[in-house]
Ligand binder design. Structure first.
Ligand SMILES: C[S@@+](CC[C@H](N)C(=O)[O-])C[C@H]1O[C@@H](n2cnc3c(N)ncnc32)[C@H](O)[C@@H]1O
Length: 325
């Protein structure tokens, strides 16, 4: 420890010099992180660092506390509605999805909703036909979805998260964990609202003539991301060129596309509380988000949002309807 001079060790978060503090920790001179020293060994893991207190303002503290205390259950993000403004194109596309899903359900005898979350959206399409299933891979939502959907006659199935891999299982029984646990030719309708899936698997479980309806966020954001604004880590699949190539997997699946509508959209987040709520619950915006570690960066963003009138996330969404010939 003594041999590591001040200029040798750097903060893994921001690369600034680390300085020994009065209480034998290593304080970063560039950001507010402070690292422990255990048994003489500097523990230079961001996850082990804590934040030195920073001066903020009363409004920031209020908005943060409010976001931390706000309810979140299943996939119910309605707390954000009053704190964001969505562009009309996005609202229109969502409404088109909802009305088309309801119309297709009304004609089907067997339906499946992939990645149902807490089942809130799927539940809104009730009544359901005799055979109605929903899959969910995220354990807290499996329970939430069952509570919501079982009374409506929908059976919730707990699936492997790999079922959301767009490439699906491969010949030779490779990646069987990506397989949807349903027999061939089972459903007349497969839905996937903002949940990734394998088009080949959807085609396999659809009956000939059956439909697939999906709404997908296009992962290649067209503006400043929250990860960029906060200097955080995004998932690789949100980076240009590394996401799910939906077009390619559709071509391989043999599904015939009848509608492919794409629209760019913006969502304006009014205040830092709305941003914190999003980061807490939609974890894939910034993978390493933690309120304590990010407090200083959040405060800077709060000040910026006050002067710019909020933070605008730009993106694109696509609605795809296809059928199995
Ligand atoms: C964007 S949600 C869509 C849910 C639903 N189809 C809807 O549109 O309301 C996609 C999936 O991510 C899951 N999910 C949510 N939070 C998660 C987390 N922290 N880790 C892993 N999966 C999560 C949800 O349960 C859901 O299956």
């Amino acid at each position: 420890m003594e041999r590591a001079s001040r200029s040798t060790l750097a903060c893994p978060q921001c690369t600034a010099v680390l300085e020994r503090s009065a209480d034998e920790r290593l304080d970063c001179r560039g950001c507010t992180l402070t690292y422990p020293v255990r048994h003489g060994v500097p523990v230079l893991l961001i996850s082990e660092a804590t934040c030195r207190p920073i001066e903020t303002d009363a409004q920031f503290d209020y908005l943060l506390d409010e976001a931390l205390a706000a309810p979140f259950h299943g996939w119910d993000l309605s707390w954000l509605h009053a704190r964001t403004t969505r562009s009309p194109e996005l609202t229109n596309l969502e409404q088109r999805y909802d009305s088309r899903a309801a119309a297709l359900i009304a004609q089907a005898e067997a339906v499946l909703d992939l990645g149902t979350g807490g089942g809130e959206r799927f539940a809104s399409y009730a009544p359901f036909p005799g055979a109605a299933f929903a899959t969910e891979a995220y354990l807290p939502n499996v329970t939430a979805a069952r509570l919501k959907l079982a009374p409506l006659g929908v059976e919730v199935v707990h699936t492997d998260p790999n079922c959301h891999n767009g490439r699906g299982p491969q010949p030779g029984n490779r990646w069987p964990e990506r397989r949807l646990p349903f027999g061939n030719n089972t459903f007349e309708l497969v839905l996937a609202h903002r949940a990734a899936f394998s088009p080949a698997e959807a085609a396999r479980v659809l009956r000939p003539g059956g439909s697939l309806l999906t709404l997908q966020g296009v992962p290649e954001w067209r503006g400043e991301t929250l990860a960029a604004a906060l200097g955080g880590t995004p998932p690789e699949w949100t980076l240009p060129g590394l996401g799910w190539d939906v077009g390619e997997t559709f071509r391989q699946s043999g599904l015939q596309i009848v509608d492919w509508s794409e629209t760019s959209s913006t969502v304006l987040y009014h205040d830092i509380g709305a941003i914190v709520y999003l980061l807490l619950h939609v974890r894939w915006n910034v993978l390493d988000f933690d309120v304590d570690h990010y407090r200083e960066r959040l405060y800077r963003l709060h000040q910026r949002m006050q002067s710019e009138g909020g933070f605008r996330l730009r993106g694109a969404s696509r609605l795809i309807e296809a059928y199995r010939p």
